[in-house]
Design a protein around this ligand. Structure first.
Ligand code: FES
Ligand code: FES
Length: 159
């Protein structure tokens, strides 16, 4: 089938089969490999992307379901001038990754959190992020990175 959607701010048209997942289309057809695939059963969060600003697991979300919607992947977070999104920068500054496999999904879920709740408490961050699994970091720097990004975004908003 032929479907159209908005991908990282630009119109996108693809041909896909009914059973193709969004993760397969993003990675194999559109070469957007930032979206990772691990469990493939909607448990780990590695494949998290935003559909109309809400997080979904691209490993089980069928590509055709994105028809007419707005899809944002980790590649879409960079600012027009090429600088990193505050969440991306905060993950670097807080050393919030080791292997990095979970990181794109973590950042996309965290973006959804901060869009919905710009000043989350530590407990709110932990609760919101409980669908995203990291085998490496112990989570402490990830929480710190999200707190740091929230502060940066708040400062940028004041300017
Ligand atoms: S790969 Fe999609 S939730 Fe794990
Ligand atoms: S940094 Fe390795 S899984 Fe999270």
């Amino acid at each position: 089938m032929n479907i159209q959607f908005n991908l990282n701010g630009k119109p996108q048209q693809i041909e896909c089969e009914a059973a193709d997942t969004l993760a397969e289309v993003l990675r194999n057809q559109l070469n957007l490999n930032g979206t990772k695939v691990s469990c493939e059963v909607q448990v780990c969060g590695a494949c998290t992307v935003l559909i109309d600003s809400l997080p979904v697991s691209a490993c089980t979300y069928l590509a055709y379901e994105a028809r007419g919607k707005s899809v944002t992947t980790i590649e879409g977070l960079e600012k027009p001038d090429g600088s990193l999104h505050p969440l991306q920068q905060a993950f670097i500054d807080e050393f919030a990754f080791q292997c990095g496999y979970c990181t794109p999904g973590m950042i996309m879920a965290a973006k959804s959190l901060l869009d919905e709740n710009p000043k989350p408490t530590r407990d709110e961050i932990i609760h919101y992020m409980d669908g995203n699994i990291c085998r490496c970091t112990g989570y402490v720097p990830i929480v710190a990175a999200i707190q740091r990004a929230a502060e940066t975004i708040a400062q940028e908003t004041k300017k």
